[in-house]
Write a new protein. Structure first.
Length: 480
């Protein structure tokens, strides 16, 4: 059982051969029947013209002779056409006169009339003399085209018949069939060969892309596919190259993320292990020493817990499920709660948190995540504000969107770092200004998490202004 080929190259070859071969075969068949029909029409026309000329000669001979029968016999003897047998019959079907019969149809044991009746007469007999007869007769010598038409002489009806052998026409048609039987398979073979060559040439860029793709792995994602082979394949190569670029960027981010995460997790785990080893190294310690050790372990555990929670939240954000919960809330209430929550931290750093004018802002979202976003912004602003300065929180409605701004009086963010600070584990050198120790400074995940929370709620978080003495982060969310 024949199966459809699995390779695209052979499929294209078969389609090309079929699309060229089927019309070619249909055209050859159509031309063959058209040519056969043309030859048949020309044969009928030749017989008809010959019988017409014979009739004219018969009428002229009748005028010069004594009667119809002598005129018929005289005309039959005088008027001859090559390869055309003419016979004149009376109303009884008897042959009055005819040209010599084909040698293949003569029988020594039969009279001419009997031979004629066995050959063509059986077809003519019984037909109306008033109609013209055109038919094809099969005989021992092959096919003959027979045309019979009535002739009237002095009130007497006769039937004039012309028989023409179709051997030459059959020979021509047979040569045409032989020519088609030879040329069509040859053309199909040429078409299949050309189709295979064209398919191979056309798919060569695809094969090169496949070979290059097999060589690309996680270790050499900088490699790219060759861009050639026409607009379609070149477009495919560009799309795949863009995909490889995104994969390379994703792998780089993942490697950097794993390295940064390992680095951030190493410090609190090292503190836990070291403090535990030191505590267990002495058999007897006073209660104050144990309490101091436990406080160190508690702070390291808290930082470790926060880093793990932040990483988990970022993983949820990457999977698109960071804002799975939607509930009706008011943003101004979240702003009130966040400013109240950070006042102890602000007081400890001698920073004042000032809440400006607020507006009523109904919204559908996750209150916990939005609250965490606001706390991250306020915590970041307080840590970067010098003692005695003010952190301002403002709310407004701009172009159909809610805008919440957190403004501090810190040293500002350099222009080249204004987008980089939203990346994971990015902490500028000024992050440890004002005396922050590694234990107290964050892991560089707060702004990255805050931006992902804003995007998950259909909003955006941006650094809109930053210079010495003023830095403004603005959160925009779609208004209800």
């Amino acid at each position: 059982m024949l199966r459809w080929p699995s390779t695209l190259r052979w499929r294209l070859t078969l389609w090309y051969t079929a699309l060229l071969g089927l019309p070619l075969i249909a055209l050859a068949i159509g031309y063959y029947f058209l040519f056969a029909r043309t030859l048949a029409n020309r044969t009928d026309q030749f017989i008809g013209d010959a019988l017409t000329a014979f009739s004219r000669e018969l009428i002229a001979e009748r005028r010069a002779s004594l009667g119809p029968v002598p005129a018929i016999r005289s005309t039959v003897n005088e008027v001859r056409f090559r390869d055309l047998h003419i016979a004149v019959l009376d109303t009884a079907g008897a042959v009055i006169a005819m040209t010599p019969m084909p040698a293949a149809e003569l029988r020594a044991d039969r009279a001419p009339q009997a031979s004629f009746d066995a050959w063509i007469g059986g077809v003519i007999h019984g037909r109306s003399f008033a109609d013209t007869i055109a038919t094809t007769v099969n005989s021992r010598a092959g096919e003959y085209r027979v045309i019979a038409r009535p002739v009237v002489l002095e009130g007497s009806r006769f039937q004039l018949t012309g028989s023409y052998s179709l051997d030459d026409i059959d020979s021509v048609l047979e040569r045409i069939r032989g020519t088609f039987a030879l040329l069509i398979p040859l053309l199909l073979v040429c078409a299949a060969t050309g189709g295979y060559f064209l398919a191979t040439r056309s798919l060569a860029p695809l094969s090169a892309m496949a070979a290059r793709t097999e060589e690309i792995s996680a270790t050499n994602l900088r490699e790219r596919l060759p861009v050639w082979g026409g607009q379609e394949l070149a477009g495919l190569a560009r799309v795949v190259n863009d995909l490889l670029g995104r994969l390379e960027q994703s792998f780089s981010q993942q490697r950097r993320f794993m390295a940064d995460a390992s680095h951030e997790l190493r410090t609190p785990t090292a503190i836990l292990r070291t403090e535990a080893d030191v505590t267990l190294a002495q058999e007897h310690r006073i209660e104050a020493e144990y309490r101091e050790s436990m406080m160190i372990i508690r702070d390291a555990a808290r930082r470790l817990t926060r880093i793990v929670d932040d990483l988990f939240l970022l993983a949820r954000a990457d999977s698109g499920s960071v804002a799975a919960r939607r509930e009706s809330l008011y943003l101004e209430e979240l702003v009130y709660d966040a400013t109240r929550s950070v006042r102890p931290l602000a007081d400890s750093r001698n920073v004042r948190v000032e809440l400006g004018e607020v507006i009523e802002a109904p919204f559908d979202g996750d209150a916990d995540l939005l609250g965490r976003l606001l706390l991250n912004l306020l915590d970041n602003a307080i840590k970067h504000s010098p003692p005695g300065s003010t952190v301002a929180v403002e709310m407004a409605r701009l172009d159909g969107r809610y805008a919440i701004s957190v403004i501090d009086a810190g040293a500002g963010v350099p222009a080249e770092d204004r987008e980089r600070i939203f990346e994971r584990f990015v902490r500028l050198d000024s992050a440890k200004a004002d005396g922050d120790s590694p234990r107290q400074s964050g892991a560089g995940l707060g702004l990255a998490i805050s931006r992902r929370i804003a995007e998950a709620h259909g909003g955006a978080l941006a650094l809109v202004d930053s210079h010495q003495g003023r830095t403004e982060f603005r959160l925009t969310l779609p208004a209800a």
